[in-house]
Design a protein around this ligand. Structure first.
Ligand code: ADE
Length: 257
């Protein structure tokens, strides 16, 4: 998969692709990233790429011409995305869909944003990574590339499984995990995880996923139910949890969970 990233801060974006799992995906040519400095397409003597908004108002806007010229120079821009807090919010479903596209071009805005004519002429989709405002689209672009890249075949190594992670097909959150030592500063790992009983561990983990999702993101659980995304086994565990919660109301006991 190829990403073109248009930015005024190529260094901010560039370092992200040099290390760790994403760096390895680039090295292994699972992912290719073409970082384009918008300033290189300025025709101004001083490399100016921004100006104040017509109609007045605060801040500076990126002018259309450098961005138009950068996009024209890329040629095959594929699916063009403007990273913007005005966009639709990125979720794992959209991440999976984007990972199926061959070429994606990300436009990172700065200052107060970009001239709307860029959006009208070039942009297929505007994406926000959350309901907050960043100083620019660069970090948002890195977030998008990161989660899309890990969907690509071969990005994750053998020990970096996507199975049973938060937002798998069930949409449930993860279970808690522990590593050695089993006892640390008086805090113990749940007995069941060191019991060696794989079936009991599997069930405990499924139950913890249900409970975590119930307690932290009831919207995700409701969504999973609406989509009928939970197996019979999950549904049976859910009924068990509901029953335990009922009993707990009677006895105040939360045995094992
Ligand atoms: N640019 C500024 N804020 C942003 C956000 N929340 N998502 C995507 N791009 C942005």
């Amino acid at each position: 998969m190829k990403f073109n990233i248009l930015t005024l801060f190529p260094g901010t974006v560039g370092c992200f692709f040099k290390e760790s799992i994403i760096g390895r995906a680039v090295e292994n040519e699972i992912l290719s990233v073409n970082i384009v400095n918008i300033r290189d397409y300025s025709t101004d003597r001083h490399g100016k790429v921004d100006d104040s908004p017509f109609g007045g108002g605060r801040g500076m806007l990126l002018q259309p011409d450098p961005i138009f010229r950068a996009l024209e120079d890329i040629g095959d821009t594929g699916w063009v995305v403007h990273m913007s807090p005005m966009g639709s919010r990125l979720d794992q479903r959209r991440v999976r869909e984007l990972s199926l596209i061959e070429t994606v071009t990300l436009i990172c805005g700065r200052y107060e944003g970009i001239d709307q004519r860029v959006v009208e002429a070039w942009v297929d989709e505007e994406i926000s990574i959350g309901d907050y405002v960043l100083t620019g689209g660069e970090t948002a672009a890195c977030v998008l590339v990161d989660c899309v890249a890990r969907e690509l075949e071969g990005t994750l190594g053998a020990g970096e499984s996507k199975a049973e992670e938060s937002f798998d097909a069930t949409g449930l959150l993860e279970y808690e995990q522990y590593t050695r030592p089993a006892s640390y500063r008086g805090m113990e790992v749940p007995d069941i995880l060191i019991s060696g009983n794989h079936e009991a561990i599997r069930k405990w983990r499924m139950k913890r996923r249900l409970l975590n999702t119930m307690e932290r993101r009831s919207d995700l659980l409701a969504d999973a139910m609406n989509r009928a995304a939970l197996s019979d086994e999950y549904m049976a565990l859910l009924a068990e949890i509901e029953k335990e919660k009922g009993d707990e109301g009677d006895t105040g006991d939360r045995e094992g969970l």
